[in-house]
Write a protein of this length. Structure first.
Length: 107
Protein backbone atom coordinates (compact mmCIF):
# COMPACT_ATOMS: atom_id res chain seq x y z
CA UNK A 1 0.00 0.00 0.00
CA UNK A 2 1.38 3.39 -0.92
CA UNK A 3 2.04 6.05 1.71
CA UNK A 4 -0.67 8.19 0.14
CA UNK A 5 -3.32 5.51 0.56
CA UNK A 6 -2.01 4.36 3.94
CA UNK A 7 -2.92 7.72 5.45
CA UNK A 8 -6.55 7.22 4.54
CA UNK A 9 -6.91 3.71 5.94
CA UNK A 10 -9.07 3.31 9.03
CA UNK A 11 -7.61 -0.05 9.95
CA UNK A 12 -8.06 -3.71 9.14
CA UNK A 13 -11.35 -3.89 11.03
CA UNK A 14 -12.88 -1.26 8.74
CA UNK A 15 -15.68 0.77 10.25
CA UNK A 16 -17.91 -1.40 12.45
CA UNK A 17 -20.78 1.12 12.45
CA UNK A 18 -21.01 0.93 8.66
CA UNK A 19 -21.00 -2.87 8.77
CA UNK A 20 -23.73 -2.84 11.42
CA UNK A 21 -25.82 -0.67 9.09
CA UNK A 22 -25.28 -3.19 6.29
CA UNK A 23 -23.11 -0.85 4.22
CA UNK A 24 -20.43 -2.64 2.23
CA UNK A 25 -17.50 -1.11 0.35
CA UNK A 26 -18.03 -0.72 -3.39
CA UNK A 27 -14.84 -2.64 -4.23
CA UNK A 28 -12.55 -5.07 -2.45
CA UNK A 29 -10.88 -2.60 -0.11
CA UNK A 30 -12.41 -1.96 3.29
CA UNK A 31 -12.09 0.95 5.64
CA UNK A 32 -10.61 3.52 3.31
CA UNK A 33 -12.22 6.22 1.23
CA UNK A 34 -10.51 5.01 -1.93
CA UNK A 35 -13.31 2.48 -2.39
CA UNK A 36 -15.48 5.40 -3.48
CA UNK A 37 -14.65 7.23 -6.70
CA UNK A 38 -16.34 10.47 -5.62
CA UNK A 39 -14.48 10.55 -2.30
CA UNK A 40 -11.22 9.81 -4.09
CA UNK A 41 -11.88 12.68 -6.50
CA UNK A 42 -12.65 15.14 -3.69
CA UNK A 43 -9.54 14.07 -1.77
CA UNK A 44 -7.43 14.65 -4.89
CA UNK A 45 -9.01 18.07 -5.41
CA UNK A 46 -8.43 18.96 -1.75
CA UNK A 47 -4.78 17.94 -1.96
CA UNK A 48 -4.22 19.82 -5.22
CA UNK A 49 -6.03 23.02 -4.21
CA UNK A 50 -4.96 23.27 -0.60
CA UNK A 51 -2.36 20.87 0.72
CA UNK A 52 0.21 20.93 -2.10
CA UNK A 53 -0.42 24.52 -3.19
CA UNK A 54 -0.06 26.09 0.27
CA UNK A 55 2.43 23.73 1.92
CA UNK A 56 4.80 22.98 3.46
CA UNK A 57 2.76 23.05 6.66
CA UNK A 58 4.42 23.89 9.97
CA UNK A 59 1.86 22.26 12.27
CA UNK A 60 -1.01 19.82 12.16
CA UNK A 61 -3.22 22.56 13.59
CA UNK A 62 -2.42 24.79 10.60
CA UNK A 63 -3.60 22.02 8.26
CA UNK A 64 -6.77 21.49 10.30
CA UNK A 65 -7.67 25.19 10.30
CA UNK A 66 -6.96 25.52 6.57
CA UNK A 67 -9.04 22.40 5.93
CA UNK A 68 -12.02 23.87 7.79
CA UNK A 69 -11.79 27.03 5.69
CA UNK A 70 -11.47 25.01 2.45
CA UNK A 71 -14.50 22.83 3.28
CA UNK A 72 -16.54 25.92 4.10
CA UNK A 73 -15.55 27.53 0.79
CA UNK A 74 -16.20 24.28 -1.10
CA UNK A 75 -19.74 23.93 0.28
CA UNK A 76 -20.89 27.52 0.84
CA UNK A 77 -19.02 29.84 -1.53
CA UNK A 78 -17.88 27.87 -4.60
CA UNK A 79 -20.14 28.69 -7.55
CA UNK A 80 -21.12 25.69 -9.63
CA UNK A 81 -22.06 26.17 -13.27
CA UNK A 82 -24.24 23.05 -13.31
CA UNK A 83 -26.31 24.43 -10.43
CA UNK A 84 -26.87 27.83 -12.06
CA UNK A 85 -23.79 29.51 -10.56
CA UNK A 86 -24.88 29.06 -6.95
CA UNK A 87 -23.02 27.28 -4.12
CA UNK A 88 -23.84 23.61 -3.39
CA UNK A 89 -25.25 24.44 0.08
CA UNK A 90 -27.68 26.92 -1.47
CA UNK A 91 -28.76 24.37 -4.09
CA UNK A 92 -29.35 21.79 -1.35
CA UNK A 93 -31.39 24.28 0.72
CA UNK A 94 -33.47 25.14 -2.36
CA UNK A 95 -34.09 21.44 -3.00
CA UNK A 96 -35.35 20.73 0.51
CA UNK A 97 -37.40 23.94 0.59
CA UNK A 98 -39.04 22.85 -2.66
CA UNK A 99 -39.87 19.45 -1.14
CA UNK A 100 -41.60 21.02 1.87
CA UNK A 101 -43.58 23.40 -0.35
CA UNK A 102 -45.02 20.52 -2.42
CA UNK A 103 -48.62 19.71 -1.43
CA UNK A 104 -49.13 16.15 -0.24
CA UNK A 105 -51.64 14.40 -2.46
CA UNK A 106 -54.20 12.12 -0.87
CA UNK A 107 -54.69 8.73 -2.47
Amino acid sequence: MSAQRRGLTLGSSGCPRLAEAGIEPSVGSRGDSNDNALAETIIGLYKAELIHRRGPWKTREAVEIATLHWVSWFNHHRLMEGLGYIPPAEAEANYYRHLTEQPVSES
